[in-house]
Design a protein. Structure first.
Length: 210
């Protein structure tokens, strides 16, 4: 936090301090942008939805060595009939960025001061649903960026992996069909004479074709 701007330091030195957290999750195709206050705010060309008391973020833990830390994001008050919609875009391995910012207030409307400071860059892990009587909570478990040091980057020669990196590339579309295909060259299929010649050669004999 040593790189705070003068504007941030001024707000933190004031008697009334207005501080909030912003969380961005890179879901596909619809990213999620929320912050811990009420109402919506604009920053970085995006609209950040205020979750107020309906959202929480755990203490960000860090460990020694290459062991990843963790944090948990919680969204409360989700109606039971909306839980499926809420999880449509949820997936593991998505980028999570957590920022801390200071704010000014005018007429009940909060405005962000300068650019917030990024506190953490993590990856989503497991999404859990905690059911209540009438509403549910979604808990998003995250691992800090250290987890990338222990992840294996596996790339397979399949159509799915190719489309993940190059959506319009059809190079591997028929890879599964030809994986066990027997191909003969230079003729489409061996003739009886060619088969006999191959068998003779395999036994160490000699076959003469006229």
């Amino acid at each position: 936090m040593r790189d705070l701007t003068t504007a941030h330091k001024t707000q933190l030195a004031a008697k009334m301090k207005r501080v909030g957290l912003l969380v961005a999750i890179d879901y596909t195709p619809t990213p999620l942008y929320v912050w811990t206050g009420r109402g919506n705010i604009s920053w970085d060309g995006k609209t950040w939805l205020g979750v107020g008391d309906l959202g929480s973020i755990s203490v960000i833990t860090e460990k020694l060595g290459a062991t990843p830390g963790s944090l948990k994001l919680t969204i409360n008050g989700v109606p039971g009939d909306k839980i499926g919609t809420a999880l449509d875009d949820a997936s593991a391995g998505r980028d999570v960025q957590v920022f801390i910012g200071t704010f000014t207030e005018s007429g009940g409307v909060w405005s962000i001061v300068d650019a917030p400071n990024r506190m953490e860059w993590a990856d989503t892990d497991v999404h859990e649903i905690v059911e209540g009587d009438t509403t549910c909570s979604i808990e998003v478990n995250c691992e800090t960026a250290t987890s990338r040091l222990t992840m294996r980057n596996v790339l397979r020669c399949t159509s799915e992996d190719q489309h993940r990196h190059f959506p319009d590339d059809t190079f591997f579309d028929f890879a599964e069909q030809v994986a066990e295909q027997v191909l003969y060259w230079p003729t489409p299929e061996p003739s009886a004479a060619t088969g006999a010649a191959r068998d003779g050669a395999g036994r160490g004999g000699q076959t003469v074709l006229n």
